[in-house]
Design a protein around this ligand. Sequence first.
Ligand SMILES: C[S@@+](CC[C@H](N)C(=O)[O-])C[C@H]1O[C@@H](n2cnc3c(N)ncnc32)[C@H](O)[C@@H]1O
Length: 384
Amino acid sequence: MPTDPAPPARELAAIIRDEIARTGAMPWARFMELALYQPEHGYYERATQNIGRRGDFFTSVSVGPLFGELLAAQFSEWLDELPPPPAGGPLQLVEAGAHNGQLAHDVLAWFQCQRPDQFAALEYCVLEPSPRRQAWQAEMLRAFAGKVRWFRGWEEMPVPGISGIIFSNELLDAFPVRRLGWDAAAAKWFEWAVRCDGDAFAWTRLPLTDNPRDLFHPLTLPPELTAILPDGFTTEVGPAAVAWWRQAAGALRCGKLLTLDYGLSALDFFTPGRAHGTLRTYAQHRSSSDLLAAPGQQDLTAHVNFTALQSAGESAGLRTEALTTQSRFLTAIATRAWNATAPPTDPAVLRQFQTLTHPDHLGRSFSVLVQSRRPSRAGEDMAR
Ligand SMILES: C[S@@+](CC[C@H](N)C(=O)[O-])C[C@H]1O[C@@H](n2cnc3c(N)ncnc32)[C@H](O)[C@@H]1O
């Protein structure tokens, strides 16, 4: 029996039902896009408070300011290594997926306090397509007014590109993914889509119109693997995340591109334990696989394919510097920072560090991909 959705979910459900009535079964990626980003009722448009103790899930940012402080310490070292940008412009930190602006606040506060020289010279850019989220961020970052600029998309970014660091935390796991299923009898992939079933939504299958080779790129699925995939085996591909990474790589003139997120290597999506894919919902700190329930009322998230991101960045001319666990990445930063000063004794800071790095908390499930572009000879010459 379908449950009665809460009012905002009912409005969003009606919008989805209308679109299905007009255009037919809705591919999952479109359902996910509306559920998360429909401008009035999408999950990430509705409220700032969906992350953290009183929200639906924790992120490293919501653990406390230490995460932003450690990232800032690392950024500071990287900025010190960069040549000055052409025409004497500022070095830039570009954050995407800033949500309520908390990470931006923690990073900027660290620079202001620990490296006022760099703080004075840098520009903080927030890449944020949503006017509503821009307003939340501006409110959080009032103390840094004048230091922060907003851009709705890559096309608005200043030419000749970013000299500095482009970064995100848990951005790409929130991008709509395509959900594919394996038809063992036909030895073919199909696309999972959503249809109406009375007042509820139900799954249906659509023929896959794209070449699966392109969708799984750079992984070539070995025939020995497809020969034993069970009927209905389900997985996701994230062309939107890969396209975003490619654009970010293209926008980076010189410096680093990094993201922290939970994810897998391309082949790990095909282990027997993942036969239903990695998509999950989160509401009030409970995870479920009921992806079609209450659109707009719960978070929807899928694991990031780090192999695909790495390959997209390298194809755009970036060098991979690290693909490691959050635990190793943050521990290395903390070790350098705390050797230079003194290790913290405040139990609240130690608790944050443990939550961010312990394998049973966020330390092992989260990975960090760092890629870089060195300045071109011409760029170096211009900078001098
Ligand atoms: C899981 S939340 C993470 C928020 C924050 N970075 C943190 O770690 O707490 C994902 C955020 O990415 C935002 N987002 C999704 N697509 C985006 C895009 N194309 N550009 C910028 N932000 C985006 C969502 O609106 C949401 O605020």
